[in-house]
Unconditional design. Structure first.
Length: 479
């Protein structure tokens, strides 16, 4: 009898192990590719009349293309924090590009002392996937704290990544590290083809400074300039990135991984207007207009998503965390990804219903906050305390300001935005008691923490002391 019981136990154990192996094999790999400053109009499939992106266009024909995908910020670090945590930048107080405080000599308003490193106390999708037997990796741009500690000091493991790889300075100068990142990615795919993986491939292109290999720039020697896009070196960076996409997708197919790998391509914010153009959309990187926050988003999942489909639903960076969970067959964690909704219903042809999204940037340039509620969008410019409102359905390029024409709707959105900022305890700007209205604001200067390239120091403070008015601002209690 005891022998029979042991045999039954052994059979059950083997069956359970086989079931687990089957489940592991069925769980899709996730390849998450993020470009740096790639605008909504930088791909042919989104309307570029100059940049050559045949491989991304082909990927789009195999994917679901999102026409109203938004970055959580119009600059990089806040969006990256939102992706990783599923929370608005204003909730985690990471609202400007790290690691500095970029301050003017004579500002009217004092920016808040935002965090300079993503807190390890926050939940991340990488930790969750890692605990559920995914091999996790982060290659390329981190930009959420001390790069040296993250890559060589193994801090990436604390954030939930089994592996991390940062490109060399020489590679950045040549092609923004595209070749290095591509080669490292191909190696990772070969090494992890038998286990579910989650690879975050975070490119440095097409962020400045421009670095374009000769072959890529030469592609444009006989290509007519576009109506708004004319920079051949920038165009070369886009095409070099496009060529990397081809190599990676070819590798997935050669390894037999393409049918069970979800491929996602997006950007961290809108394109830089002085190098490229987001027209006909208004604005660019650093702007709360559509050109600064609306980004490309392609999602390919063979056999699950209708190829070549176009989705006009509103989604945002915060939504990736819960989406990754559901892709991996895991339950949602609303207490973790507080501000994100899974895109899984959209991928299955369903809807998410009306969305309300928020932005908050109390810093340099044109500080402001904004809200999108359905088709209506309200922008608040903090320094001038002025507002604009647009109907994105009839006016996606934000040419017709409805703020004074529809006061009831404007008031409703103002109240919703104020309530949100209070609920998430957003940091705010405060008046500068030393502001001289007769003097110019001046140019922004970087103050505070720097992360040197060497390995001897983790942090280095700038020699120049913070302005007295900023110290006064830091003493106040952020509302």
């Amino acid at each position: 009898m005891r022998c029979i019981s042991k045999n039954i136990f052994l059979v059950c154990t083997i069956a359970l192990a086989s079931l687990n192996l089957l489940n592991a094999a069925q769980r899709p790999n996730i390849l998450f590719i993020v470009a740096d400053d790639m605008g909504i109009m930088d791909l042919g499939v989104y309307g570029s009349d100059y940049y050559l992106t045949p491989n991304l266009n082909k990927l789009a024909s195999q994917s679901m293309r999102f026409d109203r995908a938004y970055a959580a910020s119009h600059v990089c670090s806040p969006t990256r924090g939102a992706i990783l945590t599923g929370r608005y930048p204003q909730r985690i107080h990471l609202t400007d590009a790290l690691p500095w405080d970029r301050l003017y000599k004579n500002p009217k308003m004092i920016p808040p002392n935002h965090v300079k490193e993503l807190s390890l106390k926050l939940p991340t999708f990488a930790r969750v996937l890692q605990k559920n037997d995914y091999r996790t990796a982060m290659f390329g741009k981190w930009h959420l704290g001390n790069e040296e500690r993250f890559f060589t000091g193994k801090e990436h493991k604390a954030y939930g990544f089994d592996e991390a790889f940062g490109v060399s300075g020489k590679a950045k100068a040549y092609d923004k590290g595209v070749n290095e990142l591509t080669e490292r990615t191909l190696r990772f795919l070969k090494e992890n083809k038998k286990k579910p993986f989650m690879l975050c491939l975070m490119h440095h292109v097409p962020h400045v400074p421009v670095a374009c290999p000769p072959y890529a720039k030469a592609l444009y020697d006989s290509v007519p300039k576009g109506k708004h896009q004319k920079n051949s070196k920038y165009a070369g960076m886009i095409s070099h990135f496009d060529n990397s996409i081809k190599k990676v997708l070819d590798a997935l197919r050669a390894l037999g991984l393409d049918d069970n790998t979800v491929v996602i391509v997006t950007s961290d914010n809108g394109g830089l207007s002085n190098l490229s153009s987001n027209k006909p959309y208004n604005g660019g990187k650093g702007s709360l207009y559509e050109g600064g926050t609306r980004v490309p988003l392609l999602i390919r999942w063979p056999g699950k998503i209708t190829p070549g489909s176009v989705n006009k639903s509103v989604v945002i960076s915060n939504d990736f965390f819960p989406t990754f969970l559901e892709l991996a067959g895991l339950p949602l964690m609303p207490e973790a990804h507080l501000d994100g909704k899974s895109m899984m219903p959209l991928l299955k042809g369903k809807t998410l219903g009306k969305r309300t999204l928020y932005w908050h940037f109390p810093h340099r340039g044109t500080p402001g906050s904004s809200i999108i509620d359905g088709d209506l969008k309200l922008i608040h410019k903090i320094e001038s305390d002025t507002y604009e409102m647009f109907d994105l359905n009839s006016d996606p390029y934000e040419a017709n300001n409805l703020f004074e024409k529809q006061p009831e709707q404007a008031s409703r959105l103002q109240k919703m935005l104020a309530r949100h900022l209070k609920e998430v305890a957003a940091q705010e700007m405060s008046p500068n008691p030393q502001w001289d209205p007769k003097r110019p604001k001046g140019k922004p200067t970087n103050f505070g923490i720097h992360y040197p390239a060497g390995r001897k120091k983790g942090f280095r403070l700038t020699v120049e002391a913070y302005p007295e008015w900023f110290k006064l601002g830091r003493l106040r209690k952020d509302r």
